[in-house]
Design a protein around this ligand. Structure first.
Ligand code: MN3
Length: 240
């Protein structure tokens, strides 16, 4: 087994830090197994993934020092901050004290987006560009006209990101197509790779005529009318 294949199988088992000796014990590991990027170990703790290549292997395109600082300092910082935010949110849930929930949700999004996007970034780099599959090419053609058109569009959109951020090629499940997105900074209260299964609109237009400034009352009413069957169906689709 070469290094990359070994690390891939290790990542599937344990989140990428080491080969798991306990195997796939956790609930949800079925779902994790189907996606090639894993963000946690098998206990649910977020972990810094092992790079799928040597830190100097991307030279001359990306230099060794940049890769090492980016991975061991920046990415590791997101992992640490994310686990801390998860702990603090767990405390809020346990104690029922949500006084600081806005702060910790922001931390969760900032570090969560950082950890998830950097894991995707490392795993979608390789010392040599691989060939694309016929399926990927078909989706690129269906969505953008051709690979060349996609590459031009992705490059232009990514170059035009205002300030720090990301260019992102994403699959849109409801439309069965690919889309190109810009992410300014990187979180805006999203962690990415999270598929919504229940949403509540809290723009004022959704409740103001009846509830005015009492948003919490509207949210309590919302919970009286949730279509849980639809939520179940969405969850089932995610776990497929
Ligand atoms: Mn970065």
């Amino acid at each position: 087994m070469d290094k990359r294949a070994f690390l891939k199988s290790a990542a599937l088992l344990g989140g990428g830090l080491a080969v798991s000796t306990t195997g796939l014990a956790s609930a949800g590991s079925q779902a994790l197994q189907q996606f090639p990027d894993v963000f946690t170990d098998n206990k649910g703790l977020y972990v810094l993934p092992v790079l799928p290549f040597d830190s100097g292997a991307l030279e001359p395109y990306i230099d060794k020092q940049t890769v090492e600082i980016h991975h061991c300092k920046h990415h590791a910082g997101y992992v640490k901050g994310l686990n801390n935010a998860v702990d603090k949110v767990s405390e809020c849930v346990k104690t029922g004290d949500y006084t600081l929930i806005k702060h910790w949700e922001k931390e969760l999004a900032f570090h969560g987006a950082g950890h998830i996007l950097h894991t995707l970034y490392w795993n979608n780099l390789s010392p040599r560009a691989d060939l694309r599959s016929a399926t990927l090419d078909a989706y690129l053609t269906k969505s953008f006209g051709s690979f060349e058109a996609f590459q031009q569009y992705f490059s232009a959109a990514t170059a035009a990101v205002e300030g720090g951020g990301w260019g992102i090629l994403a699959y849109q499940p409801g439309g069965d197509r690919l889309v190109v997105l810009q992410a300014e900074i990187h979180q805006n209260l999203s962690q990415w790779m999270a598929i919504p299964i229940l949403v509540c609109d809290v723009w004022e237009h959704a409740y103001y005529l009846k509830y005015q400034n009492k948003r919490a009352e509207y949210i309590a009413a919302f919970f009286k009318i949730v279509n849980w069957q639809q939520v179940d169906k969405r969850l089932a689709a995610c776990l497929k």
